[in-house]
Write a protein that binds this ligand. Structure first.
Ligand SMILES: NC(=O)c1ccc[n+]([C@@H]2O[C@H](COP(=O)([O-])OP(=O)(O)OC[C@H]3O[C@@H](n4cnc5c(N)ncnc54)[C@H](OP(=O)(O)O)[C@@H]3O)[C@@H](O)[C@H]2O)c1
Length: 253
């Protein structure tokens, strides 16, 4: 890869951590900024930081809540504009279920609180991250912003229904990304903004919903990280504003 400074948001997650591991062994990379709400206390990220130091890659761990604008602004201001500038941003933060939070099967399960929580992480978060990192995105240099979406966010593809908030939040994220890609292409023609679908991946997020997934369709995070970084490397500015699956195929909005 040809990136010098990459940032991964959601680096403690199944896919985010696998992407961070893959990036940390890239010979071109000098700095890797890894973010999650408790990044600095994550044993997995601390171990990765130590391993990377042996290869002279600087790994910085920053505690950030993607749903909190102040937290994002503090993270952005800690990244000096003078050091090797950010040229790859991967947002792998996402939320599907949690305490008193499960994907809705029917309308009567919807609550304002659960919709807000899901939208805060999956829709508003990526957009606020873009806003916080705008100085790097708008600079007239090659830069990639790739955010993990989900095929269920495709309105065209929705034949099963269910998962109201998650589906709608990913659809909203897709629209945010497409709109950003259009604005950014006018300001920084070397920018690439992508919505990526990882496929069903064996992580904490998908764990409660894996029983109906055929073994060969449940991917390891390492496989998905390789696929997604490969897609990122082969995209050009002409691909900016695309929604792409792990296998490189375009997904209808
Ligand atoms: N796994 C799948 O099958 C699958 C399929 C389609 C799409 N996706 C998408 O792929 C992405 C990664 O999913 P995953 O499977 O790796 O999930 P995961 O293992 O549950 O990881 C989720 C990550 O999001 C972070 N996160 C959650 N809330 C956050 C917040 N408020 N601020 C900052 N970070 C936050 C978590 O960090 P902390 O909680 O430590 O802060 C964690 O690093 C998500 O966007 C997901 O929707 C996954």
């Amino acid at each position: 890869m040809n990136h010098q400074h990459a940032l991964v948001m959601g680096a403690t997650g199944g896919i985010g951590l696998a992407i961070a591991h893959r990036l940390a062994v890239d010979p071109q990379l000098q700095t890797l900024t890894l973010c999650a709400r408790h990044a600095s206390a994550s044993n997995a990220l601390l171990a990765l930081q130590q391993e990377a130091a042996l290869r002279s890659v600087t790994v910085r761990l920053i505690d950030v809540d993607i749903s909190d604008e102040n937290s994002l602004e503090a993270m952005a201001s800690s990244l000096s504009l003078d050091e090797s500038p950010l040229d790859l941003i991967v947002n792998a933060a996402g939320l599907l279920h949690g305490l008193r939070l499960a994907p809705e099967k029917t309308v009567t399960q919807l609550t304002a609180e659960s919709m807000q929580k899901i939208f805060a992480v999956n829709a508003f978060g990526p957009m606020l991250l873009i806003k916080a990192l705008w100085p790097w995105l708008r600079a007239k240099r090659p830069v990639v912003f790739a955010s993990l979406s989900a095929r269920v966010g495709s309105i065209e593809d929705n034949s099963l229904g269910g998962w109201y908030s998650y589906r709608a939040a990913k659809a909203a994220q897709n629209q945010f990304l497409k709109t950003t890609a259009i604005e950014l292409s006018r300001i920084n023609p070397q920018s690439i903004v992508l919505a990526l679908h990882p496929g069903t991946t064996d992580t904490a997020l998908s764990q409660p919903y894996q029983s109906n997934v055929a073994a060969e369709k449940l991917f390891t995070p390492a496989f998905v990280a390789e696929c997604l970084l490969n897609i990122i490397e082969h995209c050009t500015a002409a691909d900016s504003g695309s929604f792409i699956a792990w296998d490189g195929k375009r997904i209808a909005w």
